[in-house]
Design a protein around this ligand. Structure first.
Ligand SMILES: CC(C)(COP(=O)(O)OP(=O)(O)OC[C@H]1O[C@@H](n2cnc3c(N)ncnc32)[C@H](O)[C@@H]1OP(=O)(O)O)[C@@H](O)C(=O)NCCC(=O)NCCS
Length: 177
């Protein structure tokens, strides 16, 4: 996909958001009606990829943590924990993370690789010149999108409660080194 006709901007209070449709009403409405409030309330920062006429994609990011207590019964987690640095033999109770609160790609350009490129961009954002420590990326993935995240290296938290529509998934940024 040729990205040269698009630009990436960080949503600001004065940004004019261009029309957007990713096929999911909740995500469309979040961008067009709620994203600015999330910014003003310091709840999430939204990034927009746009052409001259439309919004091509957007994603919203916020801080998160993965708590050991929430998922300690899980074998998969124990494996991860085993790789983590231990101080005086005791693992930390929680680990810093960044959450993809929302991600949508315009239905005019879906299945052309843009979603994967956005995930690569986000991964790199949090391993280069990071202001704070961030070990995991998390996402509450729509059930229909879990394959997309799996293809991009995300894993499930099997022991973690998810609702009917979403599954909580994570990506360990250390795997990029
Ligand atoms: C989920 C979503 C963000 C994925 O974005 P996308 O740009 O379509 O993602 P990609 O193109 O990188 O990958 C999607 C598929 O295209 C395939 N693909 C990737 N590059 C490709 C290319 N150059 N040519 C053709 N297909 C390609 C991928 O293998 C993947 O295949 P799959 O359908 O078997 O999983 C997008 O479909 C979307 O916004 N959906 C609606 C909202 C939504 O569900 N958001 C997720 C919230 S958790």
């Amino acid at each position: 996909m040729d990205l040269s006709d698009f630009r990436l901007i960080r949503l600001a209070p004065e940004t004019q958001i261009k029309p957007f449709n990713c096929g999911d009403q909740d995500l469309n409405e979040f961008l067009l009606q709620d994203a600015r409030n999330y910014l003003n309330e310091l709840l999430a920062v939204t990034y927009i990829i746009e052409s001259d006429t439309e919004t091509i994609a957007f994603f919203s990011l916020l801080n998160d943590k993965i708590s050991l207590q929430e998922i300690c019964s899980n074998n998969q987690w124990k494996k991860i924990q085993g790789r983590l640095h231990r101080r005086k033999g005791k693992p930390s109770k929680s680990y810093p993370a960044m959450k993809i609160g929302r991600l949508g790609v315009s239905d005019s350009v879906q299945n052309q690789g843009l979603g994967g490129m956005i995930l690569d961009f986000i991964k790199n954002l949090f391993i280069s010149n990071n202001r704070t420590g961030c070990k995991f990326i998390t996402v509450d993935a729509y059930n229909r999108s879990t394959k997309f995240y799996e293809k991009n290296g995300f894993n499930f938290f099997p022991a973690k409660e998810s609702d009917n529509h979403t599954k909580m998934m994570y990506f360990d940024l250390v795997t990029l080194f």
